[in-house]
Write a protein that binds this ligand. Structure first.
Ligand SMILES: [Zn+2]
Length: 445
């Protein structure tokens, strides 16, 4: 069993203990944390361990991204007709890009955001995948990238009727295949959910089939909810009820379901999300980019909803997301006092709880027995640090410093800023070879 001792760090445990250890050490045995103590103590007790010297820098749990879209990767530099509203953005860009993807594209589209995740200290990702012309085997191919990279990921395929009912059935079949694959995987690094695009592209028969699927596998949905007003308008016109009401009535909500965005929801819908213990995931950069509005996350948190933080494919870097989320909150409320504790809690506590529930192990805190997902940030605290101001050091210090070392499930994925499991140059060269044909297919749609 591998044994790694991280020494001489400023250890921020987060989690229920929320300790700060100066000149602290973290012992990793296998894929779990075995001890946290003073460096001298653990060095004396474990002289045989492989050592990583943190030299005063911050040692903390890896970041978690609660909503991502690997498939969006090849849009970098792609020219598309600008959308004047959210539906046009979907039609002009995302619903054409996903149709243009081949299975090979899906692989490089996962590799690049994953290597960027490792570089930015993100060790767990919840991804939402779509490739309507390469559905079968797409999650298996992405799971192979996850396995090789060493990170932890929850994957799902985006089921939708927008490519016809056959397309929806193919999405259901791919979801079923991956639910089986994730169930058989004993690494503790793969998890499956059932992905739904959004209520507005899912008819009742597909929704009912999907609800049967989550019941059969005791799973949940990963679904976009009321991201744009069009989702609400569609639901009211076709079903005479609001989106969250429709999902609740169908049996789609619950503690294993992740409702993404929830921007255009009313008080009754917020109550329904709370009553069903559904998790909400906020994606501030994407919401600002698409100009869809700002979710009422403060109201949701005050009502007791677990709100996590994701990037919606904008980035794999949670340090960037949390800061943008905070600025959005200040701007939206026109009050610089609003949102600091909430944004930090979403990133560091709520995402940890979401990942811990999904993967069935303690993730997102440094404690004995927890998953050994540990990062070293170049942030050397240059002002006093104590349990009471850890969040400030993370939001304003760790987020502004490079990540040096990333460890997931006890495996070193990057050390001294050098990737250990992925060849970035080779992957980028492969993507560069594939992208022109993908863009040609995109232009022809
Ligand atoms: Zn999304």
């Amino acid at each position: 069993m591998n044994k790694i001792l991280i020494t001489h760090g400023t250890v921020l445990t987060l989690g229920k203990d929320n300790r700060v250890l100066k000149d602290g050490a973290v012992l990793i045995c296998g894929d779990k944390i075995a001890a946290i103590d003073a460096t001298d103590t653990l060095l004396a007790a474990h002289p045989d361990a492989e050592r990583i010297d943190a030299r005063g820098r911050v040692v903390m749990p890896g970041f978690i991204c609660a909503h991502h879209h690997f498939y969006s990767t090849l849009c970098c530099g792609l020219s598309s007709k600008p959308g004047a509203n959210f539906v046009e953005v979907l039609e002009n860009l995302w619903w054409k890009l996903d149709r243009a993807l081949s299975l090979e594209d899906c692989v490089v589209s996962a590799q690049i955001p994953i290597l960027r995740a490792i570089r930015s200290g993100t060790t767990t990702i919840f991804d939402h995948h779509a490739s309507p012309n390469a559905i079968g085997g797409s999650l298996h191919a992405i799971a192979d990238v996850v396995r090789e990279s060493g990170i932890r990921a929850s994957l799902c395929y985006e089921i939708t009727d927008r490519n016809g009912l056959d397309g929806a059935d193919a999405g259901i079949a791919e979801s079923r295949a991956f639910l089986e694959e994730a169930k058989a995987d004993k690494s503790g690094r793969l998890h499956a959910l059932v992905g739904l695009h959004a209520a507005m592209t899912i008819g009742q028969s597909t929704l009912d089939k999907c609800v049967e699927l989550i019941r059969e596998f005791d799973s949940g949905f990963h679904v976009h909810v009321a991201e744009g007003l069009a989702d609400q308008e569609d639901s009211q016109a076709k079903y005479g009820m609001r989106v969250v009401e429709r999902l609740a009535k169908a049996g789609a909500l619950g503690p294993k379901t992740m409702a993404i965005h929830c921007i255009h929801v009313d008080d009754r819908e917020i109550d329904l999300l709370r009553e069903t213990n559904t998790t909400v995931v906020h994606n501030p950069q994407s919401n600002m980019n698409n100009a869809v509005g700002a979710a009422r996350i403060i109201d949701m948190i005050q009502k007791g909803i677990r709100v996590g933080l994701g990037t919606d494919g904008m980035t794999s870097d949670m340090r960037e997301e949390v800061r943008n989320g905070l600025w959005l909150r200040h701007h939206e409320h026109k009050d610089p006092r609003v949102g600091f504790v909430e944004l930090a809690t979403m990133l560091l506590m709520n995402n940890a709880a979401i990942a811990s529930d999904a993967f069935g192990q303690t993730i997102g805190s440094l404690e004995v027995g927890a998953a050994a997902d540990v990062i070293i940030s170049d942030h050397i605290p240059f002002t006093p640090i104590e349990p009471g101001n850890v969040l400030g050091h993370i939001v304003f210090g760790v987020t502004a410093a490079p990540i040096d070392t990333t460890i997931a499930a006890g495996k070193v994925l990057m050390q001294n800023k050098e990737l250990k499991t992925m060849d970035a140059e080779k992957i980028c060269a492969e993507a560069e070879k594939l992208a022109p044909a993908t863009w040609e297919r995109f232009a022809a749609l």
